[in-house]
Ligand binder design. Structure first.
Ligand SMILES: [Zn+2]
Length: 406
């Protein structure tokens, strides 16, 4: 890890969150029963960061009272406080003596599923002063970047042609960034414009969604997203039911054979309140071996049979494409997991995907999801270290015991 230090801009007035911010600084806005900033700090901790510098301003003493030295979160938190009037670049520059050779910079009102190792890989690959995390979209964009991650323009006024992403924080910088500061009380977006012109920025493109606490409406959505949910994502063939021999597909209900240990494990999880969403490749459709309607008919029967066991499947996602179609949903691509995240409001970094194939682990990693590999636990070492499952076990029943004992 290039740095274990993160810096969070927490000083703004948050006027779009009024009346909430009449008495609270924006980072303390309640989300899923905790201050918004709590979720950011917990995420940093999970990603291996140990040291956090909070740049406070408006009602900053309340933030310091809430988090103290960070020890209850397993972090070391220091504060740099300044007046509300300080703009973001100026606020960052004042804290310069506290900053390491490299640091991760976050805005105190954005939450994204981010992957520290991918961001660092990009940063190292380009060797520039900063690597931004960018959410791809054309509307209200401020960054133009290539598929590889070369940032060609940063435009804080959002007017330049060809803009295709919005920068959301979670940016990695080297201290060299301070050579592009003017000493004026200006916003960090001005600094980014100069870095863009100097071709000193690269970008890591966010695969999933990002959420924000910037206004009351978005806060409500973020609240729904970050609320803990007892939903497990699970593969079908080889995980819930027995797999057919290589290159053959379950095409009729006669061929659909539940794995008893899986049903048993799912039943115990269901008794503890867990529900399931199925995520499965069904290339047999593209290969002409069965139709989409037949897959959905099998799905209906499977869901019904599981319901009789007290197991609730709330949604199923199938990819019907051929591997030559190069779609974004066929695992190991993460498309179906990302779709589940959007539709079920799942924060994937706190979500499990259970599968029996190494591609399930890769898809989970690409989506930023945790993975459990069942049935072929000896194979996991074939995966690159970052893609390896967090849990390896022989059966879904064993996974259930592990999860329920946590
Ligand atoms: Zn597909």
């Amino acid at each position: 890890m290039l740095t274990q230090q993160a810096v969070i801009l927490c000083g703004g007035r948050g006027s779009r969150l009024r009346p909430l911010t009449d008495t609270l600084p924006k980072p303390l806005a309640p989300v899923a029963g905790k201050p918004f900033l709590f979720h950011l700090l917990s995420q940093l901790k999970r990603n291996g960061y140990t040291e956090v510098v909070l740049l406070t301003g408006y009602l900053g003493h309340l933030i310091a009272e809430e988090f103290g030295d960070g020890s209850t979160l397993g972090l070391s938190i220091t504060y740099h406080h300044g007046p509300e009037e300080w703009e973001t670049a100026f606020r960052l520059a004042q804290a310069r003596p506290l900053l390491k050779e490299h640091f991760l910079l976050l805005y105190g009102d954005n939450y994204a599923m981010f992957q520290q190792e991918r961001l660092e890989q990009k940063f190292v690959h380009f060797g520039r002063i900063g690597c931004l995390t960018v959410y791809p979209r054309k509307a209200r964009a401020n960054v133009a970047y290539t598929v590889e991650g070369d940032v060609t323009t940063y435009d804080g006024t959002r007017a330049a042609p060809g803009l295709n992403g919005v920068e959301i924080g979670y940016a990695l910088f080297s201290r060299e960034v301070f050579s592009h500061f003017t000493g004026e009380n200006e916003s960090f977006s001005k600094v980014l414009s100069r870095l863009g012109e100097a071709r000193q920025l690269c970008a890591y493109s966010l695969a999933g969604e990002y959420h924000s606490a910037s206004d009351l409406e978005r806060l409500k959505i973020t609240d729904a997203y970050l609320r803990p949910k007892k939903i497990l994502l699970i593969d079908r063939d080889g995980t819930i039911n027995r797999k057919m021999p290589e290159a053959q597909y379950v095409t009729t209900w006669d061929q659909f054979e539940f794995i008893p240990e899986s049903v048993e494990g799912m039943r115990r999880l269901a008794e503890s309140g867990w529900t399931f969403a199925v995520v499965s490749n069904q290339a047999g459709v593209a290969r002409g071996m069965l139709t989409e309607a037949e897959v959905w008919d099998l799905d209906r029967r499977m869901v019904g049979a599981l319901r009789e066991e007290g197991i609730q499947v709330i949604k199923s996602y199938y990819c019907f494409h051929h591997w030559d179609d190069k779609c974004s949903c066929r695992k190991p691509e993460p498309g179906m997991l990302l779709q589940a995240s959007r539709e079920l409001m799942l924060a994937l970094e706190n979500t499990w995907y259970i599968g029996d194939d190494l591609r399930d682990c890769t898809a989970a990693w690409r989506a930023g999801c945790r993975s459990a590999l069942v049935g072929h636990s000896e194979n996991w070492q074939q995966l690159p270290p970052e893609e390896r499952p967090q849990i390896c076990c022989d059966t879904v029943s064993e996974f259930a015991s592990i999860l329920l004992s946590q």
